[in-house]
Design a protein around this ligand. Structure first.
Ligand code: GTP
Ligand code: MG
Length: 198
């Protein structure tokens, strides 16, 4: 699959700036630096579509990317980055919360966690939020290339248990570097977006 037609649509900090609601949206949430922007670049085969950085806190606004007029990938600011001021952090949380709570065409929220680590308190709060809003728990465990092969399964089990996932949930191992999981995540996104009728 080649998403040459992926394009940056717009950036927003408040609802008045969001684009129209005719196209289904998939939003990515997760700790700062977990790899949200890199995932979007990997899925669209565009290395520099979403800006990434090794220093956390890169994405500070809501960025909308549109794929062939058929769906959008929404890059949200990361949470839990201690070096951003408290006021700034609170502003980001409010921005994320506002978008997630009231977006008619948001068909799925996908949570990213780092495959190397046990989910943080914030990760658990986020997955509970996703569940409470009635979304299917869909989790992408990022940076699997940084793990030894033998570590992957135990770490996935730990993530599964800490986030209290179940048979109704999906947990994708993923690496933006090796592209592990890319086809599976894309297939899932395309399937849920097909169900959206405006
Ligand atoms: P914020 O915008 O700050 O919330 O971060 P983000 O979640 O968008 O993370 P970003 O995609 O900018 O990636 C953070 C760092 O992790 C960058 O240096 C990426 O190159 C690196 N990274 C992301 N995904 C992977 C991966 O799958 N494997 C490896 N090895 N590095 C990755
Ligand atoms: Mg980012």
């Amino acid at each position: 699959m080649d998403y040459i037609e992926a394009k940056f649509l717009t950036t927003a900090v408040k609802p008045e700036q969001y684009p129209d609601t005719f196209v289904p949206e998939i939003a990515f949430v997760g700790r700062s630096n977990v790899g949200k922007s890199s995932l979007i670049n990997c899925l669209t085969n565009r290395a520099k579509l979403a800006r990434t950085s090794s220093s956390p806190g890169k994405t500070a606004t809501i960025n909308f990317y549109e794929i062939k007029n058929s769906f959008r990938l929404v890059d949200l600011p990361g949470y839990g980055y201690a070096r951003v001021s408290k006021t700034e952090q609170e502003r980001w949380v409010k921005m994320i919360d506002t978008y997630l709570s009231d977006r008619y065409n948001l068909v799925q929220v996908i949570q990213l966690v780092d495959a190397r680590h046990k989910p943080s308190k914030d990760d658990i709060t986020m997955i509970n939020w996703i569940k409470s809003f009635g979304y299917k728990p869909v989790v992408v465990a990022t940076k699997t290339d940084k793990l030894k092969k033998s570590q992957l399964d135990p770490n996935l089990t730990e993530i599964y248990n800490s986030l209290e996932l179940d048979d109704n949930s999906i947990l994708f191992p993923f690496s933006a570097q090796t592209r592990q999981g890319k086809d599976e995540v894309l297939e899932y996104i395309e399937a849920v977006c097909k169900n959206f009728t405006n």
